[in-house]
Design a protein around this ligand. Structure first.
Ligand code: PMV
Length: 358
């Protein structure tokens, strides 16, 4: 597959207006994407669990218009939102080659998240994938018919151009993005992990502990760029390949102990890359470390298979098998909630991907 496979060369349509609606989840990477080349091509492969409860719901209403400019309104959580517009304009510019109808319609983009806006949870993965899916449905409304497989690939391809990790939110339960030796995958879009997952990893739980709900000081865009010329970049990219290959076997064999080691090491390596960038930065907060230490202590004392991962922020994703849910939630309530801002955490579970709802 190349970029050309997603180009829509010409289209004719007399469809005047319509409306489509999708919900699309967030995802949490187990092997982390950190560092990219031109055009949102990842420097290393990544794999993530698709979530279910943390999602974006987006409705796009479209109407034929005159003129040759991009024209759209954004309504976020019921209110007109100007702040999102530049990002969406850039997205339209990037995907225009693949969706030549974008200038022919005015789009009303109504969007909302199931998780609180200022929760420190990145909404770019769910938000950009939901928008990409809506635009794919518009493309279909205009009379272009796709197989489910191609529809998902192109949606993921477009979502990637909005925000890299968004390409892993279209399907579930595990999605690989980035070429590597051990799986059939692509740099251009996310691919569902098709092997049979061991029962240990089915319905895996993710409790997201909201340590810091503020805007982070360094964006992912800046963080990715700092991997250019980073002293440890080459080794890190090689390590991600190795970890992906091993994690694939772990997910099939059900080896929880090795899963914990690989996943926690990936999280700490991601943050180590930040701390060793130039300029260097730290996104973890004191309570992030308090939680990590409590998790290690709990694991040592009880033999639980609880572990943590982090994205590019201070919040902690606590991962554990479904069979341990009661025990772990009791631990979270009694020992970890004190480290969460306003005692706030979100209970999530691995899910199957985006859904068309209108
Ligand atoms: O999709 P971006 O550009 O926001 O980058 C996300 C990077 C991490 O969340 C830190 C890791 C990942 O693979 O999702």
């Amino acid at each position: 597959m190349t970029e050309q496979n997603f180009t829509l060369k010409s289209y004719t349509s007399n469809v005047e207006n319509g409306s489509v609606k999708w919900e699309s989840p967030s995802n949490i990477a187990l092997v982390k994407y950190w560092g990219k080349k031109e055009n949102q091509i990842p420097e290393n492969p990544s794999i993530s669990f698709t979530l279910s409860n943390c999602k974006t719901i987006t409705e796009v209403t479209y109407k034929k218009k005159e003129g040759n400019d991009f024209s759209f309104d954004v309504i976020f959580e019921g209110e007109n939102n100007e702040a999102f517009k530049p990002k969406i304009k850039t997205f339209f510019e990037r995907i225009e080659t693949y969706m030549p109808f974008l200038r022919d319609y005015h789009f009303k983009i109504k969007t909302s998240n199931t998780f609180p806006h200022s929760s420190g949870i990145a909404s770019s993965a769910s938000g950009m994938s939901a928008l990409a899916l809506c635009l794919m449905s518009v493309e279909e409304d205009l009379g272009i018919d796709y197989s489910d497989e191609y529809f998902n690939q192109k949606a993921s391809f477009l979502a990637r151009l909005g925000s890299g990790s968004a390409c892993r939110s279209i399907e579930g339960e595990l999605v690989v993005w980035g070429e590597n030796e051990s799986t059939e995958s692509s740099d251009l879009f996310g691919v569902k992990f098709e092997d049979e997952i061991h029962p240990n990893f089915q319905n895996y739980q993710d409790a997201i502990l909201l340590v810091d709900k503020g805007e982070k000081q360094v964006s992912s865009t800046v963080g990715h760029k700092l991997m250019y010329g980073h002293p440890f970049a080459k080794k890190r990219f090689t390590q991600a390949h190795e970890n992906l290959s091993e994690l694939k076997d772990i997910l099939i064999s059900g080896n929880l102990k090795r899963f914990i080691e690989v996943v926690e090491s990936e999280a700490l390596t991601l943050h180590a890359m930040m701390m060793t960038s130039m300029p260097y930065f730290i996104l973890m907060k004191p309570n992030t470390l308090e939680i990590i230490n409590k998790i290690w202590q709990f694991r040592a004392e009880t033999g639980s298979n609880i572990c943590f991962t982090l994205d590019a922020g201070a919040n902690v994703h606590v991962l554990f098998p479904k069979a341990e849910a009661d025990k772990v939630y009791e631990f979270i309530k009694t020992q970890l909630v004190v480290y969460c801002q306003n005692g706030h955490y979100i209970c999530d579970v691995v899910g199957k991907g985006a859904k068309k709802i209108g």
